[in-house]
Design a protein around this ligand. Structure first.
Ligand code: NIG
Ligand code: FE
Length: 415
């Protein structure tokens, strides 16, 4: 099918080449005003200014009129835990009432309780719920996503989660990357035997995951009380022997050594980064590892936000993602997350949009498919409602400003 989108008020993030953006580059959002865009067979084929629309293009009969509207590449959400068995809103209310972590865990909160529910659920039901959530975030403008395991914490549970993600990959129209997070926490049976669980991950889970091609990346929750920097290194190296690149949870609650370990391993990304000092910022800035910030997790846990300005000014390559999960970020809404990045972390709207599109694509190694308006990339596009400017998107937080989402050039509501 061929589609011409015409009279686009602003065609946003138009790039000829893929560059992971840092520093001042992150604040540049190349655009064409009063633009047209030609979609051929689901792919961005050509674009330009309405003043110079070629005759052949103007004759295309399937037309979307985008008068007063803007077009952006869809969001690239490079860190989610979208596969889970049940939400945890009772835990949320208990936290408001001031219950302690132990009291909450005893009442059915926390990662271990998510794991118990997931292990008890059938693969089909888990898939059905995950597919619903995926459809919801696509309608909110997400056009590529990474999804982690980590609520199984048993051989069967982790494999079940990864098989659900594999099925989502096969059945969904957007690109999906899969990450093995067996090292999310220690299951109760291994509370006093950490090495035993690490052995289970390395000797039992990883060989099957590799054989069945169930994951693209390996993740570890590198944090005091969870996995140490040394354990993180051991687990990531085991994954790397099977071709899984590390993408790790680092420096959420403490200076855990996660950033240094990730950088030394050549990790694709280190994610969270609420707790950073000058040394860790410099280590990240002088590396090729992307720093993925998850502001909605900091918001939901009432923690200090990630030091985005310091990271950007130091030269770190920053991506933004939702961390969609039932415990610390029960929202996969990239629009809200972008607004929060501007409001709370003082990122410019241009910086936040770049970090949530092209840099997010890099954080999933999908930069040749999505993340910008570039010839040859997928026509995964957000068509906004009529809006006055790009800054209006984060400014008017909470409003639904998306008119339509196109995936492979087709309206998502039609799929
Ligand atoms: O990314 N930090 C660790 N894991 C999740 C939250 C886990 C949960 O509470 O379910 C996160 O924030
Ligand atoms: Fe996470």
């Amino acid at each position: 099918m061929q589609t011409l989108v015409k009279n686009i008020k602003q065609l946003v993030n138009v790039r000829e080449e893929n560059i992971l953006l840092r520093k001042e580059q992150l604040a540049e959002l190349p655009s064409i005003y009063n633009a047209w865009l030609f979609i051929d067979n689901g792919i961005i084929a050509e674009y330009g200014s309405m003043e110079h629309i070629p005759d052949a293009i103007s004759k295309i009969t399937h037309i979307i009129d985008a008068t007063y509207k803007m077009i952006l590449p869809t969001w690239c959400d490079s860190h989610t835990h979208l596969v889970f068995a049940a939400p945890r809103e009772a835990e949320f209310v208990d936290k408001i009432k001031g219950l302690s972590y132990a009291e909450i865990a005893a009442k059915g909160g926390g990662i271990l309780n998510s794991a118990a529910k997931l292990n008890a659920m059938s693969e089909d039901e888990l898939y059905r719920l995950a597919k619903q959530r995926l459809n919801e975030v696509i309608r909110l403008g997400t056009g590529a996503i990474e999804i982690k395991s980590g609520y199984g914490l048993s051989v069967e549970g982790e494999l079940k989660m990864l098989r659900v993600i594999k099925k989502l990959k096969e059945q969904s129209s957007i690109p999906i990357k899969s990450t093995f997070l067996g090292a999310h926490t220690y299951p109760s049976a291994f509370k006093e035997n950490h090495q035993g669980y690490i052995d289970l991950i390395i000797d039992e889970m990883l060989p099957i995951i590799a054989k069945e091609k169930l994951a693209d990346y390996i993740d570890v929750f590198c944090e005091y009380g969870f996995f140490s920097a040394e354990e993180t290194k051991t687990i990531c190296e085991a994954g790397m022997r099977y071709g899984l690149k590390p993408k790790i949870h680092a420096n959420q609650l403490n200076l855990s050594g996660g950033v240094e370990t990730g950088v030394a391993l050549g990790a694709l990304s280190v994610d969270h980064l609420e707790t950073m000092d000058e040394n860790t910022i410099n280590t990240l800035a002088t590396s090729n590892t992307i720093g993925t910030l998850l502001p909605t997790a900091a918001f939901f846990l009432r923690m200090a936000f990630q030091p985005a300005r310091k990271l950007i000014d130091a030269g770190c390559a920053i991506a933004l993602a939702t961390d969609f999960n039932p415990g610390s970020s029960p929202s996969g809404n990239m629009n809200l997350m972008v607004a929060m990045s501007c409001i709370q972390m003082k990122m410019l709207p241009e910086e936040a949009i770049n970090a949530a599109t092209i840099n997010g694509a890099f954080a999933m190694e999908l930069q040749n498919e999505v993340g910008s308006i570039t010839k040859g990339k997928k026509a995964n596009l957000i068509i906004t409602k009529p809006i006055p400017s790009i800054a209006y998107l984060p400014y008017s937080f909470g409003s639904n400003l998306i008119d339509e989402v196109l995936i492979n050039g087709v309206s998502y509501s039609c799929l």
